[in-house]
Design a binder for this molecule. Structure first.
Ligand code: TXE
Length: 491
């Protein structure tokens, strides 16, 4: 059954842009195929948009800001976000099916994580803007107070691994703070962004507040980043692409937030709680088939428990069987595309060339029927590679983990910090002072201790080094998506 039955606006297999409150094809009429990666079959045709489409979207955004939206109150915008959250929740199963078909991720994951988190993002920022406060600084003979004003129009550019999760993470605070947005999802995963556009229409959001432009990064994405009347960019994607986005946006002095790649260390000490750590570390390594920038792709294990932990870890990984993403029992789906599967496969081959040993996985699973041509790859564990090997330092962004024994905290920190990235890490120990000591010295934006991906939406989210610039989350998002203005009044 076609997934597009879940997109009422779609005409046949054609998905449209959403500009000024209307669903439109691209100006050129050109389209791009959108595939179901598990079946390697075309799901839809999406608009191949370019600068002409972005210009129409900018005009719609400008019109919205010049009309009632530009004078809307925090409470009105909070109410809109809550209506959006409620409507997504009412269609949760539809959104989960679209997300699973578009990405190849297990529908159980889409239903339990991706879509509920998108709903939570809209609800969280409804509360954040409704209850936001700024500051007042009285001084001798004068009073200072700070206002947060809308920036204008934001370009929101998002990747294929957590499509709605990340688009909502940007869209909610951007419109909470009174901006208009032009969203450009990955050309690989257009469906839930399109369903979100339908929600904006269903809840009678003012036209032009949320605009959606599908297309290629180098065409539609680049056109957004370079447009003079788009005042801010929030980008999530690869480090290389982030560099190109920054090169365009920085000289234009746009507000810019970059969430980029990762090569995250998982540090397991001998004094960890063994069973819960094995569980937690398998999830940190292979959630979403390892296609989460926060995944722990380097597993550092203190030598006294290395063999025991390695064997327990490999046994659990072998139980992850790639299968039909829409089967509720499936825990491991396909990768996002055949091209990405080939990239991960090339690293499995490189691991051998670099002197590693593949303990499990390393090849394409044999699936039959409609999945025989899908972008599947077995979860793969490699040992015996030096911490400076290419497999141990380059971002693979897929189901391949390298194991590294260590003898001291100093050695663990040297390995953990020995890469160009600095996004996230997890530390597993029952020694509290060690947990604080090691976490304080790991070079990353986020550290989890005896857990992973446990998220409080108020905390700063982002990376350092080649993992990006800026933080979003809670007040960090409110401040990124607004201009703070201090007003000083002589008393
Ligand atoms: O990234 P790409 P992908 C990273 C992760 C991985 C990558 C996977 O490291 O490498 O993202 O996502 C658009 N101007 N993270 O392959 O290619 C493109 O169309 C403007 C980290 O999609 O960088 C897509 O919409 N836009 C992250 C988006 O950029 C351009 C979490 C990302 O594409 C463009 C998730 C251009 N020149 C993935 N070229 C985190 N840190 O949270 C491409 N795009």
């Amino acid at each position: 059954m076609s997934a597009l039955r879940l997109l009422p606006h779609a005409q046949g297999n054609k998905v449209h842009n959403f500009i000024g409150g209307e669903f439109l094809p691209s100006a050129s009429g050109e389209t791009l195929p959108n595939l179901d990666p598990a079946r390697n079959e075309t799901l839809a045709l999406i608009p191949r948009s370019n600068a002409a489409d972005v210009q129409v979207a900018v005009q719609a955004a400008n019109s919205a800001r010049a009309a009632a939206w530009g004078k809307s109150s925090d409470a009105e915008r909070a109410d809109l976000l809550e209506r959006i959250a409620n409507r997504i929740e009412a269609r949760l199963d539809d959104f989960a099916e679209l997300e699973s078909r578009d990405t190849g991720k297990p529908i159980s994951l889409a239903k339990s994580v991706d879509i509920p988190r998108a709903i939570a993002n809209f609800r969280f920022f409804a509360g954040a803007v409704r209850h936001q406060s700024t500051s007042c600084h009285p001084m001798q003979g004068a009073l200072n107070y700070t206002l947060r004003r809308p920036v204008g129009t934001f370009g929101l550019i998002t990747p294929w691994n957590l499509p709605l999760y990340l688009l909502s993470w940007k869209t909610a605070p951007a419109i909470a703070m009174g901006n208009a947005v032009i969203a450009k999802p990955s050309e690989l995963t257009p469906l839930t962004a399109t369903a979100l556009a339908e929600v904006f229409k269903d809840v009678d959001a003012p036209a032009g507040v949320f605009n959606l432009v599908h297309g290629l990064g180098a065409e539609a994405g680049q056109a957004i980043v370079e447009h003079e009347q788009i005042q801010g960019i929030s980008f999530t994607g690869g480090t290389m692409t982030g560099g190109r986005v920054a090169a365009t946006a920085a000289p234009m002095f746009k507000k810019l937030s970059l969430e980029l790649g990762g090569k995250n260390p998982t540090v397991v000490f001998a004094d960890c709680d063994f069973e819960t750590t094995v569980e937690g570390v398998v999830r940190a390594a292979f959630a979403n088939q390892g296609q989460v920038c926060l995944c722990g792709s380097r597993l550092l294990i203190e030598r006294p428990i290395y063999e025991r932990f390695r064997d327990a870890f490999v046994e659990r990984v072998k139980a992850l069987k790639p299968g039909n993403p829409q089967d509720p029992a499936t825990s491991f789906g396909s990768l996002i595309s055949l091209g990405h599967r080939d990239k991960v496969e090339s690293y499995a081959k490189l691991a051998i060339e670099e002197g590693g040993t593949i303990l499990c996985g390393g090849k394409r699973p044999q699936l039959d029927g409609e999945f025989s041509e899908g972008a599947f790859f077995e979860p793969t564990v490699v040992e015996g590679l030096g911490p400076n090997s290419r497999c141990s330092t380059e971002e693979i962004f897929g189901p391949l983990v390298t194991l590294h024994p260590f003898d001291t905290e100093e050695e663990a920190l040297e390995i953990a910090n020995g890469v160009r990235y600095g996004l996230a890490a997890s530390v597993w120990t029952t020694n509290l002072s060690r947990a604080h000591r090691v976490s304080e010295r790991i070079e990353s934006g986020m550290v989890w201790v005896n857990t992973w991906l446990l998220r409080d939406l108020r905390v700063p989210f982002g990376g350092m080094k080649d993992s990006g610039v800026g933080r979003e989350g809670g007040r960090h998002s409110l401040e990124f998506f607004s201009e703070s203005r201090n007003i000083c009044i002589q008393l």
